[in-house]
Design a protein around this ligand. Structure first.
Ligand SMILES: O=C(O)CCC(=O)C(=O)O
Length: 297
């Protein structure tokens, strides 16, 4: 669907001005959008999962650990695919209030793609280098977007997510390194052209929402504070965006599932070519592990 068609449907929660802002600048920020009831439910499950991760010595498909993680000093980078780990996460990601936001920005027919909870632990939680998302999971069009929920208050010290407004209309970068291996981040040579001085750092109180388009340049710095920065992320797309078969990560439930409206009758193609990532069906490691150049699983 083109933005004009999406905008012609009555919005569920956003104002028309907010939707137009998203299409023009590629992002949105909503303060305290998610209330305490949802946050309490999500935290109960998250605390349980953090406790489960303590005994692990190495990362697995669910828990992505910093190299210095121990039982006494757990250091989780990411909980992968929370939507398939617990009914509370499933309800939030597939039927919760953020699905209304997705509908307002991708149209009435909404597909789910994936979810993750980036913990960015206190005292040095790792950076996410500048990248765009669509090269990780190309679709036939550029409707996919990611909605983030800050599960705690986030300020400048904590490595908030930074975006470059308008970069969703710019170049789609090569995320392979000079040696031809997937790096999942912009090459140093490209950084000077990426207008990083225009970065907007998305912060806010607990319950605040970030939304960024799949072509948006974004990243975040190390968390140098004494507080964690859990950011719960969900990606959605228009139902008319078809995913490339070999970019589907094996074992991830619900990817490509229609969660609102109907399956598309017509597939929408945007004309601009997209980078082809490695064949994820042969194995996938998290963006953190790839960017920090840790050995593949
Ligand atoms: O956690 C962040 O700050 C950024 C997340 C992100 O870009 C990613 O996980 O792809």
């Amino acid at each position: 669907m083109k933005p004009e068609q999406i905008l012609s449907h009555a919005p569920k929660v956003l104002s028309q001005e907010q939707r137009e802002f998203y299409f023009q600048h590629g992002y949105l920020q909503l303060e305290s959008f998610i209330g305490p009831d949802w946050l309490d439910r999500l935290w109960t499950v998250t605390d349980r999962l953090i406790a489960e991760s303590r005994s692990l010595g190495t990362s697995n498909k669910v828990f992505d650990l910093e190299p210095n993680h121990t039982a006494d000093n757990p250091r989780l980078r990411r909980i992968s695919q929370p939507v398939q780990l617990d009914p509370v996460f499933e309800e939030f990601g597939l039927r919760g209030p953020i699905v209304d936001l997705a509908e307002d920005l991708v149209g009435p027919d909404v597909k789910f793609h994936h979810s993750k909870l980036n913990m960015k632990w206190s005292g040095g939680g790792e950076e996410v280098k500048w990248h765009q998302d669509i090269q990780f999971w190309p679709h036939t069009n550029y409707s996919p977007l990611t909605i983030g929920l800050y599960m705690d208050d986030v300020d400048d010290e904590m490595g908030p997510m930074g975006i470059i407004p308008g970069s969703h209309k710019g170049k789609i970068y090569d995320l392979y390194g000079k040696d031809g291996n997937w790096v999942g981040a912009l090459d140093d040579d490209d950084l000077p052209r990426a207008s990083l001085d225009k970065a907007v750092w998305l912060k806010g109180p607990r319950g605040s929402i970030t939304i960024h388009n799949c072509r948006m340049l974004h990243g975040s710095m190390i968390n140098s504070s004494t507080r964690g920065r859990p950011l719960l992320l969900h990606t959605y797309a228009s139902a008319d965006a078809m995913i490339m078969a070999d970019s589907v990560v094996t074992g991830v439930k619900h990817t490509d599932r229609i969660i609102r409206g109907q399956r598309a009758k017509w597939i929408h193609f945007d004309t601009e070519p997209c980078l082809n990532p490695p064949d994820w069906s042969k194995g996938y490691t998290s963006i953190f592990a790839v960017q920090q150049e840790e050995a593949a699983e």
